[in-house]
Design a protein around this ligand. Structure first.
Ligand code: ADP
Length: 368
């Protein structure tokens, strides 16, 4: 298997259309790295440059120590799995899986050996004689995986491989691909727009926006220490709530939202970090799970800001309840534990856990 290194990689599609800017990532041998970001952020272009399907405008791509920029795709020792699995409809599962080996002139014995191993790993042994149309969506995606596995490549590249599957199957295939990664001890680069997929599968996640890498970190670090407002808002579902306001210095340091619906004393743990911002505007970010119904018994009020709100909507999900309300005319989402089974009155008191609030510079949007 292999290390994959991207050094200052850019992609220009011409006419000032820059899809990827200065991407530098070191992917370690056997690592599962997920590229995630909204549609159009440059994930697929980055992946296709690793595959050799798209020319690199500037910068260098290494697989192990070797520069790959001008090496054709077939000589890069990589296998790619796409969203539309592109199986040959007239060929059996066996022939679909073995196709790449046949055109590379592998011996019949070797082909049978590799396809049998892959079919066993993927649970496809009983289906080898069937045609793609006789398979479910999940089975077809497994055939596409099989086609990649038998090549025994140095690196696997996945481009949104689960987008065509229904929600339940996606969750199942997610676990299967994670297990497969452990079994094959493969280096994997995986593209998705779905942050849940990224969080559950990646050893490390690369968050991209507008062609630029925002942060590279393991999932929990992204969640707990997002570098900026974009990452904070992208990772986590439902998304973080953002409110703009000013940091004020009286005797104590305070935060006051623009329209005054939220005013609180900044906890002492955050004071020294934020004191330089006195008199300046800032964004605060509150995760939905850090807002509590204040009649809940477990709310210790010392580090909490009480807010009196008018509930717009209550969505009971069973395991949790989402509450929507406005603060400063911004729609806020609160995620209330199912343990709190009190009834929600239209006019209610809630509390924000101030020890969990994130602060962002109002201009650069970098986390303070
Ligand atoms: P993602 O995979 O994150 O959705 P892409 O890498 O496909 O994003 O696209 C990044 C940007 O490059 C987009 O603005 C897209 O319109 C543009 N783009 C992608 N492919 C081409 C192309 N062949 N020609 C011109 N622009 C392209």
């Amino acid at each position: 298997m292999a290390n994959v290194t991207l050094k200052n990689i850019c992609k220009d599609y011409g006419k000032g259309n820059r899809a990827v800017t200065d991407v530098t990532i070191e992917i370690k041998n056997k690592e599962f790295v997920v590229l995630v970001g909204p549609s159009g952020c440059g994930k697929s272009t980055t992946l296709r440059m690793i595959a050799g399907l798209e020319e690199i405008s500037s910068g260098e791509l290494f697989i192990d120590e070797k520069v790959m920029n001008s090496i054709p795709p077939k000589d890069r020792d990589i296998a790619m799995v796409f969203q539309n699995y592109a199986l040959y409809p007239h060929m059996s599962v066996f022939d679909n899986i073995s196709f790449g080996l046949k055109i590379r002139k592998f011996s019949k014995e070797e082909i049978i050996k590799r396809v049998s191993e892959a079919a066993k790993i993927l649970g496809l042994e009983e289906y080898l004689k069937r045609k793609p149309k006789e398979l479910s969506g999940g089975q077809r995606q497994r055939v596409a995986l099989g086609r990649a596995i038998v090549r025994q490549p140095k690196v696997f590249l996945f481009d949104e491989p689960l987008s065509n599957l229904d929600a339940k199957l996606r969750v199942q295939m997610r676990t299967e691909i994670s297990k497969l990664h452990k079994k094959l001890e493969a280096t994997i680069v995986y593209v998705t727009h779905d942050q849940v997929e990224a969080m559950t599968m990646g050893d490390r996640i690369v968050v991209m926006n507008k062609g630029v890498v925002q942060q590279v970190a393991p999932p929990i670090e992204l969640y707990q220490k997002p570098v900026n407002k974009f990452v904070a808002g992208f990772i986590g579902s439902p998304a973080m709530n953002f409110i703009q306001g000013t940091i004020l210095k009286n005797e104590k340091l305070l935060f006051k939202s623009d329209k005054g619906s939220l005013v609180y004393e900044i906890p002492s743990a955050d004071e020294s970090r934020l004191s330089n911002y006195a008199g300046k505007k800032a964004w605060i970010g509150i995760r939905p799970e850090d807002i509590y119904h204040s009649s809940a018994n477990n709310v210790d009020t010392t580090n909490f800001a009480k807010i009196n709100i008018k509930i717009d909507l209550v969505e009971p999900m069973g395991n949790e309840t989402f509450i929507y309300f406005s603060l400063d005319d911004i729609l806020i989402t609160a995620r209330i534990s199912a343990r709190d089974n009190s009834s929600f009155q239209t006019n209610s008191a809630f509390a924000v856990d101030l020890s969990k609030v994130f602060y962002f510079d109002s201009e650069s949007e970098i986390r303070i």
